[in-house]
Design a protein around this ligand. Structure first.
Ligand code: SF4
Ligand code: SF4
Length: 105
């Protein structure tokens, strides 16, 4: 799998309550609280894009954008494709089972 590359940390300073959860969970010590008790990415070059900060923030105040992130519109189109594939797979499995049932009779 290709390694994700950081585009930017999007921090909503109004929503950040300075709890420090993201700072604590970041395995690379990328994040710190500033003098206003708001999170800042002080070492973005060390970020490995694990998104733990984003996943653990209770206030959705931090988002990790990577170069692989696709616009929401394209994402939903891709999801439709995946759904169609899954449906096609389910249909073909049913066919196989039906064939086997027939051969047993
Ligand atoms: S976990 Fe969220 S609210 Fe807490 S310091 Fe980090 S960004 Fe701010
Ligand atoms: S994505 Fe991972 S490495 Fe990067 S700031 Fe968040 S917790 Fe730290």
């Amino acid at each position: 799998m290709a390694r994700l590359k950081l585009k930017e940390h999007v921090i909503n300073r109004e929503w950040c309550k300075g709890c420090g959860i993201c700072v604590h969970f970041c395995p690379k010590k990328v994040l710190e609280l500033d003098s206003s008790e708001k999170v800042v990415a002080v070492r973005p070059e060390d970020c490995i894009c694990c998104k733990l900060c984003e996943l653990r923030c209770p206030d959705l105040a931090i988002e990790v954008l990577t170069t692989d992130d696709v616009p929401a519109e394209k994402k939903s189109a891709d999801d439709d494709l995946i759904t169609d594939d899954v449906l096609a797979d389910e249909t073909s499995t049913d066919d196989v089972l039906t064939d086997q049932d027939d051969s047993n009779e």
